[in-house]
Design a protein. Structure first.
Length: 317
């Protein structure tokens, strides 16, 4: 016997996100009635994760569905919604949800004229487009946005997929998405840069060296916030920071790289946060800022042992 409230679901976009969420909704006993898939990779993904679901044109999917899941790139979303509205495709009472982090329900405004219900349900997770993502959904949070009366519907759909819904205000969606992109996408860049440096100094398996360090750092940061901050910037080791900057300046000059720019930007931000937590004295902060200027101050005047109160033992790493 089917659960009450089961929906006919149409998936527009069998990318890594759409195919996985379609499979999760199917596992919750909703009926996936159709999926759009243009590329060979999308068709293969749909076949693997949504076996037996017909690949249909977008208009056919909208016509057959009680819930339409729009899993398309951010820049394509508004045009797709408007185009279908001009064709009169949207239906009264139809649920229309998109998976974009950047947008709330404003981008779905054209569906309202037909009496359709707009929902925004963005999974705060990176996807592989494979079945292992279904397990990852169990630890995943979705940023959901909807009209107040419709918010419980979006929340219920997320819960049915095994994830946790968190309400995000319409006006906060872009900042919300920037936070996730900054944390996730830039982490990949940082790991790639660190791996490149290690590989270039002869470390054959950078991932083995970085893995334990980065996993511990991430776990500490998530559990303890900025109290987990350590390293030469937080200790005020100006000489070490200046030496890092000089070495990276020479490295980038020889390889047309981008590591120095990232290091300087993150070290400046780290210095400001360390100072706000009382880890640095004003003189240390200014010396760090000088060392982190594009030209660099390589003197390292405050490196190591002296400050206003005289000699002190160096803090542990």
């Amino acid at each position: 016997m089917a659960k009450p409230g089961r929906l006919g679901v149409g998936i527009i976009g069998a990318g890594k996100v759409g195919a996985v969420l379609g499979a999760a909704l199917r596992a919750a006993e909703h009926a996936v009635v159709g999926v759009s898939a243009v590329s060979d990779a999308s068709r293969e993904r749909a076949e693997a994760l949504l076996p037996g679901v017909p690949v249909l044109d977008v208009q056919d999917i909208v016509e057959r569905s009680e819930l339409v899941l729009l899993a398309v790139p951010d820049d394509a979303l508004a045009g797709l919604v408007k185009g279908l509205a001009k064709l009169g495709a949207w239906q009264p009472g139809q649920l229309v949800a998109h998976t974009s982090g950047r947008f709330g329900v404003g981008v779905l405004h054209p569906i309202r004229a037909a009496g359709s219900v707009p929902l925004a349900m963005h999974p705060a997770m990176t996807f592989t487009g494979m079945s292992l993502d279904l397990t990852r959904l169990l630890d995943c949070t979705f940023g959901v946005t909807a009209d107040a009366a419709m918010l419980p519907i979006a929340q219920a759909l997320v819960v049915e997929m095994g994830a946790e819904p968190v309400a995000i205000a319409e006006g906060d969606r872009t900042l919300y998405h920037a936070a996730l992109a900054h944390g996730s996408n830039h982490l990949v860049t940082l790991v790639a840069q660190a791996s490149q440096l290690l590989r270039d100094v002869g470390v054959e398996s950078p991932e083995r060296m970085l893995g334990p360090l980065l996993r511990a750092t991430l776990e500490n940061a998530l559990a303890s916030g900025e109290t987990a901050l350590t390293g030469p910037v937080a200790r005020g080791d100006v000489g070490t920071v200046a030496a890092h900057a000089e070495a990276l300046r020479e490295y980038d000059a020889g390889s047309a790289g981008d590591v120095l720019e990232a290091y300087l930007a993150m070290a400046r931000a780290t210095a400001r946060r360390a100072e706000s937590r009382g880890l640095l004295k004003a003189g240390q902060l200014e010396a760090l800022r000088a060392a982190l200027e594009p030209g660099g101050n390589h003197g390292g005047e405050l490196d190591g042992g002296e400050h206003d109160g005289g000699p002190r033992a160096p803090e542990g790493q």
